[in-house]
Design a protein around this ligand. Structure first.
Ligand code: DQA
Length: 150
């Protein structure tokens, strides 16, 4: 059975409350429920984690390595644009990773155009709303052979 980690960074626990025009009206807990249901229906095991703290996110990526995860879906939130520590953690583990952004960061501020995490991701999905998480999972379950071209 495949084991996937879904890791969310700062402020993603505020889904449904924060800027619904950009991130939609669904809550974080409804995303968690939908992910758990998807895992049950598609017969893989899932670890879902959110933290507002960079070091905790690094710890979770390392845990994914020691727990022999087959893939990581990561939305690092604002740490996308700043964190070399998250890039290093993903690079160290060599676990296939997909970077997800709910909003289309390519069409937003200049400071959001940098992604350190992207350098260690097999694929980036942005602007697809919460559907992006499920597309990332489908990609990882399908063998994750693509390069990062999105
Ligand atoms: C985000 C985009 C980031 O720029 C922002 O800081 C977030 C959410 C997204 O999902 O669109 O917190 O990662």
């Amino acid at each position: 059975m495949n084991k996937l980690y879904v890791i969310n960074g700062p402020n993603l626990n505020m889904l449904g409350i924060r800027e619904p025009d950009k991130y939609g009206s669904e809550s974080y807990s409804s995303l968690v429920k939908a992910l758990q249901t998807h895992a049950e229906e598609n017969n893989y095991s899932i670890v879902i984690y959110q933290s507002n703290h960079e070091g905790d996110l690094v710890d979770k990526i390392q845990e994914a390595y020691f727990e022999k995860a087959d893939g990581i879906v990561i939305n690092p939130g604002a740490y996308t644009h700043t964190s070399i520590a998250l890039l290093d953690a993903l690079t160290a583990t060599k676990i296939p990773a997909v970077e997800v952004h709910i909003s289309n960061v390519a069409r937003r501020e200049d400071f959001r155009q940098v992604s350190f995490v992207r350098l260690a991701a097999k694929k980036t999905i942005m602007g697809h709303g919460l559907r992006g998480y499920f597309e990332a999972i489908d990609f990882l379950l399908g063998g994750a052979s693509d390069d990062n071209r999105d």
